[in-house]
Unconditional design. Structure first.
Length: 121
């Protein structure tokens, strides 16, 4: 939206005068205002660096624990395979146990419907 405003112009010989001009309004901002978070390293260098180092070490320890748990899981599956169990079926059972009974029942009903439609039941 343009509005007529007056601006001051200095002409030849140092004379100033007011002339009309169109002011262009800045476009309206949309969305949220950006959040300004101070950089902890700049505001509190030593303490922030120590805090960041501790957080990174915690994450590294957690990553190591995850890797160890994955190795243990792999070992248990290998043991089950060695005893003759079907590990794919065991993993399907584990996935079903994670879901609610309603989700499992709904999935089984859909699967049965599809199998009947294909003549597989």
């Amino acid at each position: 939206m343009n509005a007529l405003t007056m601006r001051t112009v200095r002409g030849a010989g140092g004379l100033t005068r007011h002339v009309p001009s169109f002011a262009v309004a800045a476009p309206a901002r949309r969305g949220r205002k950006p959040r300004i978070v101070p950089d902890p390293i700049k505001t509190n260098g030593e303490a922030a660096a120590e805090d960041m180092r501790l957080l990174i070490e915690r994450i590294e320890r957690m990553d190591e624990e995850i890797r160890n748990a994955q190795d243990d899981r792999r070992d248990v599956l290998a043991e089950a395979r060695g005893r003759g169990y079907d590990t794919k079926a065991m993993l399907d059972i584990i996935a079903r146990r994670r879901k609610s009974r309603e989700d499992v029942a709904e999935r089984d009903a859909i699967m049965e419907t599809y199998l009947q439609a294909l003549g597989m039941l």
